[in-house]
Design a protein around this ligand. Structure first.
Ligand SMILES: [Zn+2]
Length: 54
């Protein structure tokens, strides 16, 4: 199972997050999540959204 960031499209590997190879996205099952850097960005976005919509 390939784990891919839904924001920057990087994939998780034992060596860390890297750019995906096209073939592995076609041949393997892919699940989407946030990589650590996009996760912190998304969290900031949610916090801002909460403030704006409070
Ligand atoms: Zn990412």
């Amino acid at each position: 199972m390939t784990v891919q960031c839904c924001s920057c499209q990087k994939v998780r590997s034992p060596q860390g997050w890297r750019k995906p190879i096209k073939a592995e996205l076609i041949t393997k099952q892919v699940t989407h999540t946030y990589c650590p850097s996009c996760y912190s960005e998304a969290r900031l976005f949610i916090e801002k959204w909460k403030k704006d919509n409070a």
